[in-house]
Each structure stands twice: as C-alpha cells, then as structure tokens.
Design a binder for this molecule. Structure first.
Ligand code: 5AD
Ligand code: SF4
Length: 459
C-alpha cells in the first residue's frame, strides 16, 4: 500500500501547478466511459485537478483540459474513442492552450495507446490505469509543452490518500479492491487492471465515514469481484458488517459479485445487516454449462440456480440483476436457448445484455467457431424480448408493498413526481414536496404505470 496523503513530492507538484495557473481561471472536462470503477477514477483525477487550481467546465467547448477516460471492455470502444479524439482537433485550433489527455483501460493496452499517440499528434497526454498517482507530475510536464505517453506494465498497487472530487448527490462510490484474478476467457479486465488487491478494512471504513460527513447517504462498495475481498483477516461479509455500523450511513450497496464466490456467510450478512440493500448484481453470462465452462466461469447453470433460491429463501424481498453475453464462440442454438431458459427461471429485475465481442489478448478471441455478427444480433434481440416479457412480471407482487425509499429527485415527464429506490433497488414514484429530496421516506405501492411502481408516502 502506498499512502500519498502527506506525500511531499505529489503535494508540491500540485502546489507548483496551482501557483503557475491558479489565477488563469482554467477549467477541466472529463468524459468517462465504462464502469463505475472508471467513474471513480475520474473523480480522483478531478480531485487532483481541483488541487492544481482547475475548476469544472460545463462543456468541452468551455474547457482548457479535456480528458477521455476510456473503457475497452466491449465492442466499438476503440472506434468511438478515436472518433471523439479526432473531434477535439477543431477545439484545439480555437483554444491554443487546450490540453487533451486520454487515459483508462483502453490506454493500458500498449499497442492501442501507441497507435493513438502516432495518429493524433495533438494529443498531449496518454496514461494507463496504473499511473493515476503520477498524474500531477505528467500534467506539469505537459504544461511545459512536453508530450507524454506513460503506460506502465506493473500490476499496480493500492494507493491511498489521493484527493477525490465526488459527483454531488446522495450516493457515492468507495473502492474496496482493484483488479481481478478470474480470467474469464472473454474479459480484458485482468490484463488492463492487473491482479486482485484489497484495500485495508480500516481505510475503507474511514473513507465511508468521510463521505457520510460530506452528506452522502448511500455508499456503493466497488470491486470487480467483491466476494473475494480479503485484508488482514477481514473478508467481505465482515467488511460489510464494519461499514454497516458507520453512524449516519443510510444505505450500503456493493458490486460486482461473482457467483462462484458468493458464500453463505455473505447471504447471511445481506439478510441481517439493516443498511445493506437487498439487491445483488450476479452476472450469469450464459445458461449453458458448456459455454460457462469455456468462459471459465467455474459454476454450472444448476449451481447458479441453487444460489438464487438460497438468496430468495434467506434474504427477504431480494432482487437480482445480471449481465449476459450472447454469441460466445461455439454457442449453438441450444446453448442460447439455455440462456433464455435461465432468464425465465430466475426472474431478474434488470439485466445488461451484450453481444460477445473478441478482445485482443484474451483466450476466447482465439477460439474457433466465432459466431457471425447477424446471428449475435438476432440472439441479442431475442434475449432482450425475453427480458422485456419477464422483468415486468416481477412488478405485480409489489402492489400493496410497503418500504423505505431514499428520495433521489423529481421526474418532470408528466406530473412532477418524486422518485427513489427501495432497499432492493426497485424504483418507486410518489407525489410529494421537493424538500424531501435526500431523505428517506416510508411508502406504500398502490399500482403500476407502464413498468414502474407508483405509490404514496405514508409517514
Ligand atoms: N464481449 C461482450 N461482453 C463482455 N463483457 C465483458 N467482456 C465482454 C466481451 N468481450 C460484459 C460481461 C461483464 C460486463 C461488465 O461486460 O457481461 O459482466
Ligand atoms: Fe472480467 Fe471475469 Fe474478472 Fe468480471 S470476474 S472482471 S468478467 S475476468
């Protein structure tokens, strides 16, 4: 672990930049792609930029520093990033002091970063996922007109003490671990985020205390595979218990859970800890045992279904969401039908569906029997139709349901309605005063409109 809270070199670099540009009124704009992990990295970069004297810009046109924080997990990411970067050339002509940076998972792939560096001479700064902590040093050089590309091959460490500029609201993220050791054969994450490493439990708890003091009510603990969190004798269920007892915290969520590591102890913890949301994101990826085996997921469809029934029997009103890939190499019609089948059996409350896209460097990209694009598209459409049928079925049981929602905002689409989520992530709309935003209220669900729950405040 490297603690940078009082790091003289880092703080002096940020101070030097601040005294150089502090009164120039420079603004930053960060565009983030991909998962919450990336979003949270962007909040850390924003934290450093604020310490360097930058303020947030409302648009790219308004910015003196634009950063693309890229993702490479799914399809077309490269094409989109190269397109976005190309568009900035014009802005650079309008604002000669504009700095353009590109970072994140895609830039951790050295060949892609090199290609971007060569193709777009107006990109000033490129850095990979393990270089966050060196951002101020790189920025300082770029402000002195150097062009920087910095991709380190190391696996990364746990870095503490970077400033964070959090997105305002009621809910925020806290990392509990970084990287992944699972090597699902389709996935690029272990290659671009490095091996799994957990933060110390006391650092996690302290950060949760800090965000509660800042006024956040809900915290989502983040990791690629939170169930394998382990640090100095503290496993994930114990960590949940520690965070659950932070005074002032209202709701606690976590993601993502790998089915192979979902322990009975965690299910018990979800059931008994009052602040822990009764919701789990449990990616199934496929319903076919053969595809699951080739994906290296290390569970079978029936083991997954057993977990689901265990969750349902122990955690009252639990809701389950998932990720699914169609068109994995060698996927037959029967394999695909098995996926539709498991979707019907589980009854998810939501699902993210993807057409398999080969990621260079992963095992699946080299597998024979890659599926044609049209077939993947057809299967994706069919799967989405199954979900569109099954998801709303789960809503009917909520008529008459009572529970607490944390009011997030007002929806103005038709009549103004407050909205917020139940502990299990189900969204409920109610009439009420805007002053209630950010508070927890008790509601009763009266009915359904389209696919949403509508109710009234009872206290
Ligand atoms: N192709 C399609 N989907 C993918 N995912 C990860 N890698 C790929 C890929 N190569 C999906 C998985 C994962 C989610 C975050 O992205 O479903 O759970
Ligand atoms: Fe990728 Fe599998 Fe790790 Fe998730 S668990 S990040 S899908 S390798």
């Amino acid at each position: 672990m490297i603690d940078l809270t009082n790091d003289t070199a880092l703080n002096s670099a940020m101070e030097r930049i601040c005294s150089k540009i502090g009164d120039m009124g420079l603004k930053y704009y960060i565009e983030t792609y991909g998962c919450q992990m990336n979003e949270h990295d962007s909040e850390k970069i924003a934290g450093m930029l604020v310490k360097c004297g930058y303020t947030k810009a409302d648009s790219k046109q308004d910015a003196d520093f634009i950063l693309f924080n890229t993702c490479c997990v799914r399809e077309h990411a490269e094409l989109r990033t190269f397109g976005n970067v190309g568009f900035i050339k014009e802005l650079k002509q309008l604002n000669p002091r504009l700095i353009l940076g590109v970072c994140g998972c895609m830039m951790q792939q050295k060949d892609v970063a090199d290609k971007l560096y060569k193709r777009f001479p107006f990109v000033d700064l490129i850095f990979g996922t393990h270089e966050l902590k060196n951002f101020p040093f790189m920025l300082e050089k770029v402000l002195d007109n150097e062009r920087i590309i910095n991709i380190s091959e190391m696996n990364g460490e746990v870095i503490e003490g970077l400033p964070v500029e959090r997105t305002p609201g009621f809910s925020t993220f806290v990392n509990i671990m970084y990287g992944c050791n699972n090597f699902c054969t389709y996935c690029i994450v272990p290659y671009v985020r490095g091996r799994e490493r957990s933060r110390r439990a006391e650092d996690v708890v302290n950060e949760v205390r800090e965000v509660v003091a800042l006024g956040y009510k809900e915290v989502t603990l983040l990791g690629q595979n939170v169930n394998s969190y382990y640090s100095d004798g503290v496993n994930f269920p114990k960590l949940l218990e520690m965070v659950n007892s932070v005074p002032g915290l209202t709701r606690l969520r976590f993601m993502t859970s790998h089915p192979k590591d979902l322990s009975d102890e965690l299910i018990e913890a979800m059931a008994k800890l009052d602040k822990v949301g009764k919701h789990i994101h449990l990616p199934v990826q496929s319903g076919s045992d053969e595809i699951l085996r080739r994906m290296n997921r290390r569970y079978t469809a029936s083991q997954y279904l057993e977990l689901v029934s265990k969750l349902r029997s122990k955690v009252k009103d639990v809701e389950i969401t998932t990720d699914i890939i169609v068109g994995f190499p060698g996927e037959t019609e029967e394999d695909f039908e098995a996926t539709c089948d498991i979707v019907r059996k589980v009854g998810y409350s939501n699902a993210y569906t993807f057409a398999y896209s080969p990621r260079e460097g992963t095992i699946a990209a080299k597998m024979p029997d890659q599926i044609a694009q049209e077939v993947k598209k057809q299967r994706l459409n069919k799967l989405n139709a199954v979900l569109a049928e099954t998801i709303p079925c789960g809503n009917k049981k909520y008529i008459g349901f009572e529970g607490d929602i944390l009011i997030e905002g007002v929806d103005h689409r038709a009549e103004p309605l407050l909205f917020g989520k139940l502990s299990n992530f189900k969204m409920v709309y109610v009439q009420g005063d805007e002053k209630l935003i950010g508070t927890m209220v008790h509601v009763k669900v009266d009915g359904l409109r389209f696919n949403s729950l509508f109710g009234h405040i009872t206290d």
